[in-house]
Write a protein that binds this ligand. Sequence first.
Ligand code: FMN
Length: 326
Amino acid sequence: MIHLKTLFTEQAKVQYPIICGAMYPCSNPELIAAVSEAGGLGIVQPLSLVYVHGYEFKKGLAKIRELTQKPIGMNVIVEKNSKIYEDRMKKWVDEAIEAGCRFFVTALGNPKWVLDKVKAVGGYVYHDVTEKKWALKVLDYGVDGLICVNNRAGGHAGTQTAETLIQELSVFKIPLVCAGGIGDEKDFVSALKLGYAGVQMGTRFIATSDCNSHSDYKEAILKAEEEDIVKTERITGVPLSVIRTPYVDKVGLKVGPISKLLFKYRRTRHWIRFLYNLRAVAAMKKTALKGVSTKDYYQAGKSVHGIERIESVKAIVERFVSEAGK
Ligand SMILES: Cc1cc2nc3c(=O)[nH]c(=O)nc-3n(C[C@H](O)[C@H](O)[C@H](O)COP(=O)(O)O)c2cc1C
């Protein structure tokens, strides 16, 4: 029997140590609410809520609140960006705090301004890390926990295994959440046995009846095996885990020589990233919502190995919890 009460569940005020990670473009309000309602923590991806699912940010939060009164979290990508992006993100964080959100997951940069706002209201901030060197950069700011993104994760995967990450990061004595590779209840229990205070899943929650993504995408996740997950630079310029399709084979996994040069130099890196992201955002939205085209990229992690059918979020959470209780 595994204990499901951890420092993470205490801080996030949830029943079970299960997070549905932010997913652009798959985080629809119904999915987020379903995970929180089932006793886990659904995380809002603000760009997905507004630009994919078409809600004005505050109204999107209100929609989630209609579906659940339980705690929800918010993802804040704190990467250096345009002033317009940064101001908008600050406004959204204020609105989320006003709406009662007290758990934030920051990624890709300096989380200090988020911590300043969230700590002032007694909330918690966990930061995404892939290696110890990134953890060392954010610990001084006072983050409460780390989302340890391993080499099996969907989205921008890390390079290290879940085992290595916990070995290296447990010295910091703050809650560690395992992100990547959790596809079934056995993976969940193994992560908790390793000492993680919770898991963050993405891919498993796409293949649910609560996620609005296209059925072609969900079917691709069910069919895929672990070996079908490859990392491509061609979408955002940095390796992103996707399911191997004929299109992925055709275009290859690497960026061309000119883009490579532009990514290399500090001065041009910001602009080429911006252009790639703009293109990626449109392509991913189209694939997730409208299904197959000749330019398909289905983001998914190696957790596809344990995903055999489309289920409700509630059924998945219940099965995971029951396995932990054995
Ligand atoms: C389709 C997709 C989109 C994602 N988008 C984001 C995002 O916008 N922000 C973020 O911090 N993580 C993002 N992630 C990472 C997830 O939040 C989570 O950490 C990851 O999916 C865990 O690995 P798993 O897919 O093996 O469960 C994304 C993952 C997927 C599969």
